[in-house]
Design a protein around this ligand. Sequence first.
Ligand code: ARG
Ligand code: ZN
Length: 873
Amino acid sequence: QTVYLSEYRVPAYLVDHVDLRFELFEEGARVHSTLAVRRNPESEDTSGRLELDGDSLVLEGLQLDGRDLEPGQYENQGDRLVIPEVPEQFGLTVVTWIEPQNNTRLEGLYKSSGMFCTQCEAEGFRCITFFPDRPDVMARFRTRIEADRAGYPVLLSNGNDVERGDLEGGRHFVTWEDPFPKPCYLFALVAGDLVEKRDSFRTCTGREIDLRMYVEPRNADKCDHAMDSLKRSMRWDEDIYGREYDLDIFMIVAVDDFNMGAMENKGLNIFNSSCVLASQDTATDATFQRIEAIVAHEYFHNWSGNRVTCRDWFQLSLKEGFTVFRDSRFSADMGSTTVKRIEDVTLLRTAQFAEDGGPMAHPVRPSSYMEISNFYTLTIYEKGAEVVRMIHTLLGPDLFRKGSDLYFERHDGQAVTTDDFVKAMEDASGRDLTRFRRWYEQAGTPVVTVRDEYDEARQVYRLDIHQTVPDTPGQTGKQPQHIPFALGLLGADGQPLALKLVGDDAPPAEQRVLELTEASHSFEFEGVAARPVPSLLRDFSAPVRVDYPWTREQLLFLMSHDPDGFNRWDAGQRLAVDVIESLVDAGEDAEIEPRLVSAYRHLLTDEGLDQALVAKMLQLPSEAYLIELAAAPRVQQIYRARTRVMNHLAAALREELLACYHRNNGGAEYRLTSDDIARRTLRNTALGWLLEIGDAEGRVLALRQFREADNMTDRLGALRALVNSDYHEDREQVLDAFYQRWQDDPQVVELWFSVQSGSTRGSLEQVRALMEHAAFDWKNPNKVRSVIGVFAGQNLAAFHAEDGSGYRFLAEQVRHLDASNPQIAARLVTPLTRWRKFASVHGEQMKAALETIRDREGLSKDVYEVVHKSLAG
Ligand code: ARG
Ligand code: ZN
């Protein structure tokens, strides 16, 4: 059942052209596929045997060069169609019958809110027809779609529409032709009653591109933000990477039922509605930003993914890591660079580090998998992006751009490997990245231990740096990795020192990127007049854990003096973590570090500080992050200690919080600038803290804000603050009012669900009640995520309840969902897979819950892999 990278073989047969005809009906769809096939001259397989992939297909017809194949001439094994003897070159026609209306897995062709749509990555095309479903088989597609004209006036596929017309019985057809050869995972089809929003974009060479969005009529007023984001992305990719769009049409479609965020199908991107539709009234600032990032991500895939694609699914990070790096730089350029970095690193350190330390740990380029859907992970995406970012840091922007130009030019139209990417970077820059390649091969988060020594007599400051890469399942005895380690040193006056390394000719600079390539290094800085404070791993220059014995004095010092915005924030986080951890150990009545209060007071009152950064610095480290950092987390104690610190800060800073609230309570027009977003974040953070301590004035402010807000960020901010308070009557009232007002908008209902399921004041019973609510829908992944996923991921005190009820609850939902949507079920299991990390009782209960999933009859491959790997060893 396991697929190995080492067993990769080039395809025995290539497909040059695919001619598809879809007959869409309410009771199913008939797919006629004609392939132009030829033997691959590069394959060593000369057996003459053709094997095609299939899944849940009814085979209705099979012809080779126009002649029906007799039962003995082929074998239909269900997941495989074998024709033992085929010529060197031939045409193959396959007719299949499928039932999109009953497809609850949301892979292949399915129906969502009455429209037909597809999701073919990674292996969904095989649910449509028998085909060599692997990314290194690239073909030109021609697609004719036939459907009832009244029910499905809009018929879309990849490329350009070349023909359309009427058919008998009120039916019609449209034919699409995509001139670019592509793997079948980039195929897409949409048929529905949709409204079209049009715009256009003039490329750098003066070509006019037709931009079209297709949404359900009720969403017609929620397209502007995505359309603007698209145009900004197109411009940015020309400016920064020299990449021009290649087709005449670019289309975006919004669908309600979608397993992931969005999909980069050639010329026809399909989005989860929640990742593309927005209006001031219904979307929060965070949603607006997420939409901009995802629109950019999918658009950027047109080059990093489509024009140059992956040879096999082990290379997934080739397109995903690079594209996340690209979209993250884009977002940084559109808003606050430091805030974007803080957000990326928060996700990485909270969730990717946890993955790297758990049973599903895998390298950025895995070497085996059972179900590829399980490998659309934080490691492939986020760590993969960090790896590309490190190449950028090591080469500098100019050589990096030279490398990416070479990569696109050399591999245009090809299906390649992560190694080809690194090779292009090496060739363009002249740098040796041999050791750097270990980032792709070794799993686990490196630990970089830093110790320092100041020699007053010699005026030399020495750093001893040691790295280790921890063992992970199936991988031990790892080699040192190539780590770009950015740092600066601050003098006692808070000024940066000019760094001069002993025996190094480079001119002094206030920041250096040290390159760690061995297990141990020592660096000596000369001309240092007094012991400095080190600012380590600036801007998080590598995805590693840094171990350095920070004192609270040093952290407070960095919080106010470090010129690196990221490290200022990080110093604040480390200080808060240290304070909370010390309370976990010390018990309920230990004193809370008074300097933490003064540091936060300073943040709240000094209006000269970058307010976007302040808004981030005021967020305490999340419970999930505190749990990740702890070797054997005691969740209830961590939750109580964190809550105690928050209450303490809120009580001590009540006046400052009220002032901050009023100062940022502008009646101005709603705008999406990073300044305005920071103001709303500050205002809602202040509100949340005030209600945390049950402040009466805060309550009045929250109720008024809830009533009067002219945007969803503030309305939801008030709702969340009240839901997380002890004002139970208000809580019920605002929840009710909110639902009454927004019940017809699925995206807003999802917000309404998550505010409740993620609230630490909420109980498991309340979450169960949400699942009984009329708006809950097992068939809609967004609803499942916003109730069950958010509960297990955010309401950690209840999920880790002492009696194990949270674990049993999650296992029960996974077992239920596995029957209809294995992909989502497998993702939902994640919190339970970390059972080894938790203290004995919890760990055993989690393990027992996993075992009840393991024992389900007819377990899907998706869930099987996750559960078995977590229970193994
Ligand atoms: N390629 C898409 C993106 O990241 C993700 C699609 C993943 N689909 C899946 N079934 N795993 O842009
Ligand atoms: Zn992607």
